[in-house]
Design a protein around this ligand. Structure first.
Ligand code: 5GP
Length: 216
């Protein structure tokens, strides 16, 4: 292998409560070549959430400054707050050869696909809406009104599923995780990437030193 392979840009979207957080935590614990992109948000931290680890919790004023300074690869208003992907981290980390994983809403996902057509887009789908409702009720971080709002958004987000290259149904976390890993491996083996990364350059030297071929 020659040179440093550029890391993948992995965009994961899916309705609130589908289990994106859990799936991505497992992937990141397992794969040291994958790094999570910490988003900036104007929403308040939930209990246990740490600034700079789960999100960069910004005031609306600071968020707007970042927008004006073009510091986001994409940003969007989701539910009642703004969320954005800091651009510099994504570029630097990919250049270092590590895969960057984004957890963004569908509008953000479409924006990233337009800006970075070589990204790997993955939609995480619930097996059904009842499963989603159940998870939202049991994680206990939203009240009934917020849950109703998130379910409404979930229905509209599902309409964008066909814009994603891959859909993983999160019916069983172990299976979803191994599918996600399989997608990453397959993407790394795409011919266009293998050639772009210079891994097979030696195959195309003008006069390869081949051993004498045996006679008939
Ligand atoms: P939560 O408030 O539950 O952490 O996230 C709400 C939604 O915001 C999720 O669907 C999540 O994917 C999305 N989100 C998180 N970070 C970003 C981001 O940087 N950009 C966009 N567009 N959406 C984000």
């Amino acid at each position: 292998m020659t040179g440093l392979r550029k890391g993948l840009l992995v965009v994961v979207s899916g309705p609130s409560g589908v289990g994106k957080g859990t799936l991505l935590e497992r992937l990141l614990a397992l794969r040291k070549d994958c790094v999570f992109s910490i988003s900036a948000t104007t929403r308040a931290p939930r209990p246990g959430e740490i600034d700079g680890q789960h999100y960069y919790f910004l005031s609306p004023e600071t968020f707007n400054e970042w927008v004006e300074q073009d510091r986001f690869l994409e940003w969007n208003q989701v539910h009642t707050a703004c969320y954005g992907t800091p651009r510099e981290f994504v570029e630097r980390t990919r250049a270092q050869g590590r895969h960057v994983v984004l957890d963004v809403d569908v509008k953000g996902g479409l924006e990233v696909m337009a800006a970075e057509p070589d990204c790997v887009s993955i939609f995480l789908a619930p097996p059904d809406l009842e499963a989603l409702h159940w998870r939202l009720r049991h994680r206990g971080t939203e009240n009934a009104e917020q849950i109703a709002g998130r379910l409404l958004v979930a229905r509209s987000e599902l309409k964008y599923m066909d814009r994603y290259a891959y859909t993983i149904v999160n019916d069983e976390i172990e299976r979803a995780e191994s599918q996600l890993e399989a997608v990453l491996e397959a993407e790394m083996a795409r011919t266009v990437r293998v050639i772009a990364d210079g891994q097979v350059q030696a195959l195309f030297h003008p006069e390869p030193a081949l051993p004498n071929s045996p006679g008939p």
